[in-house]
Design a protein around this ligand. Structure first.
Ligand SMILES: *[C@@H]1O[C@H](CO)[C@@H](O)[C@H](O)[C@H]1NC(C)=O
Ligand SMILES: *[C@@H]1O[C@H](CO)[C@@H](O)[C@H](O)[C@H]1NC(C)=O
Ligand SMILES: *[C@@H]1O[C@H](CO)[C@@H](O)[C@H](O)[C@H]1NC(C)=O
Ligand SMILES: *[C@@H]1O[C@H](CO)[C@@H](O)[C@H](O)[C@H]1NC(C)=O
Length: 269
């Protein structure tokens, strides 16, 4: 194992450093050096299989899996039950080989450990996860992609059963640089509050699409678009813009260089 081999290498060096220092000081010094050796050895050993497996188990027992069918119920169900006037939900948008190109593993590991650590704290938010490989329509209907955090603050319904609008904050994560520390800062130190609440058309509860019941159909359409080969939309757009230009009364093609470009993914804002 890594820790023990590092320690074995460290011990002879410590022994060599011995000299005339009184025993008590010597012990102290040894202890300090030993601690340093251990703590420098530990980071390398942290992503070890047992820790990872334990974290995954805890995360699994704590977090909810959201789907197109259940998300609204899960997020709003036991709202009336508890004392606070709002319930915070931290939703991890995850993906596999299709939506995250197989690059979400490190972030997911950090998420699992964060959930395992935070779930033990009082006043922890609730945790949920969405796998965009398995729930492509849900992800498209919210216009979100992995790896990211969607932080929901959901108010309790009022006495007349009308519910104030939930606040949602969308926070993309860096695939190569998201650690337990990043997530802890985001959640516990409330760094998420630095992200402005999202209020556009894709807001899951009261965006225009949700209000007109269009989010799910649009989710299906976008999912369909994602499934078609990437060159197809470009060819279609270039074809359409060309035929549009040909029909113009006063063609000035020199100013209109290019073929219109590919439509960008449906952006937020
Ligand atoms: C994270 O935890 C889930 C269970 O919640 C588990 O299925 C998954 O394999 C874990 N992922 C990693 C990278 O540890
Ligand atoms: C994802 O891709 C990797 C390598 O291409 C493969 O080993 C793995 O089995 C794939 N996972 C899934 C769930 O298809
Ligand atoms: C995940 O972490 C490993 C080890 O730290 C690193 O080699 C790999 O490049 C990371 N993957 C991504 C996608 O950042
Ligand atoms: C992560 O990737 C981005 C580009 O994708 C790069 O600019 C950045 O330096 C990388 N960060 C680390 C810590 O590797």
């Amino acid at each position: 194992m890594r820790v023990s081999s590092t320690l074995l290498l460290a011990l002879p060096a410590l022994a060599l450093a011995e000299d005339q220092i009184p025993l008590q000081e010597k012990v102290k010094g040894w202890f300090g050096k030993l601690t340093n050796a251990v703590s420098s050895a530990v980071p390398a050993a942290v992503p070890s299989a047992p820790v990872e497996a334990t974290a995954a188990k805890v995360a699994e027992s704590v977090q909810h899996h959201l789907t197109l069918e259940n998300w609204k119920d899960v997020l709003t169900k036991d709202l009336a039950a508890s004392a606070p006037t709002t319930q915070d939900w931290v939703i991890y948008i995850n993906g596999g080989n299709v939506t995250c190109f197989g690059h979400c593993g490190n972030v997911t590991r950090a998420w699992n450990e964060t959930v395992a650590l935070l779930s033990a704290k009082p006043h922890a938010p609730k945790f949920a996860t969405i796998d965009c490989d398995e729930e492509p329509v849900l992800c498209n209907s919210w216009s979100v992609g992995p790896p990211s955090i969607y932080y929901f603050t959901i108010p309790k319904p009022l006495a007349d059963q009308s519910a104030p609008a939930p606040t949602v904050r969308y926070i993309p994560l860096r695939r190569n640089a998201t650690t337990v520390e990043t997530l802890k800062t985001l959640i516990v130190d409330k760094e998420y509050e630095n992200t402005a609440p999202y209020e556009g058309a894709w807001h899951p509860f009261n965006g225009a699409l949700a209000q007109y019941n269009l989010a799910v159909p649009v989710g299906y359409i976008l999912w369909g678009f994602n499934k078609m080969p990437t060159w197809l939309p470009m060819v279609l757009i270039s074809f359409m813009s060309r035929s549009f230009m040909n029909r113009r009364m006063n063609p000035q093609p020199a100013h209109q260089g290019g073929a219109g470009g590919a439509a960008p993914a449906p952006g937020r804002q």
